[in-house]
Design a protein around this ligand. Structure first.
Ligand code: APR
Length: 179
């Protein structure tokens, strides 16, 4: 599914493995220890190779941890990208603990990192809807709104953002929110 905004920027949904989709910057669903994990984080480190963790070690030595709702940037090792933005989504409790704001902030931080670096194409997984338990039907509209609002800006350098969704169920939830 593709939507072209009035300013020509493109928002796209597809099903697949994010590590195989070539972009300037690939976003990861990380944890605040930046320590790697399973899910999309595991896939990114496996496909990207050890240089990504080495950079995260340096970042950790400098800042300690990455707060929930924020993100840090590294190179992308062997991935088909220039950068990986490691975003820390909220662990879902009941939806009344600021989860939506924190989730929006993850996407907004990744978009800000993209602007700083001049990344024109960007991919996102469905942050927080795996291990972190955010119901995908609640997360999808938040994620899409955050990215679409940014893409609609006249001054954005981001040309295209694609959500690469791993399974059919997640794709369907995002497709419903998309339309
Ligand atoms: N490409 C795209 N999406 C993927 C991939 C992949 N290769 N692998 C998994 N996913 C999907 C999951 O199916 C889910 O829809 O990414 C979404 C997010 O799930 P998680 O990876 O579990 O991320 P999250 O819920 O944010 O939990 C983060 O999991 O692995 C740890 O280190 C990570 O502790 C952190 C936590």
């Amino acid at each position: 599914m593709t939507q072209t905004l009035p300013n020509g920027r493109v928002l796209r949904l597809m099903q697949g493995d994010i590590t195989r989709v070539a972009v300037d910057a690939m976003c990861n669903a990380a944890n605040s220890a930046l320590a790697g994990g399973g899910g999309v984080d595991g896939a990114i480190h496996r496909a990207g190779g050890p240089s990504i963790m080495r950079e995260l070690d340096q970042i950790r030595a400098r800042i300690g941890h990455c707060p929930t709702g924020s993100a840090v940037a590294t190179g992308a090792g062997n991935l088909p990208a220039k950068w990986v933005f490691h975003a820390v989504g909220p662990v879902y409790q009941d939806g009344r603990h600021g989860e939506a704001g924190l989730l929006m902030s993850c996407y907004a931080t990744c978009l800000a990192l993209a602007e700083e670096r001049g990344a024109e194409t960007l991919s996102f997984p469905s942050i927080s809807t795996g291990v972190y338990g955010y119901p995908v039907d609640e997360a999808a509209p938040v994620a899409l709104r955050a990215v679409k609002e940014h893409l609609a800006r006249e001054d954005t350098r981001v040309r295209e953002a694609v959500f690469v969704l791993f399974d059919q169920w997640t794709l369907e939830a995002y497709s419903r929110a998309f339309s």
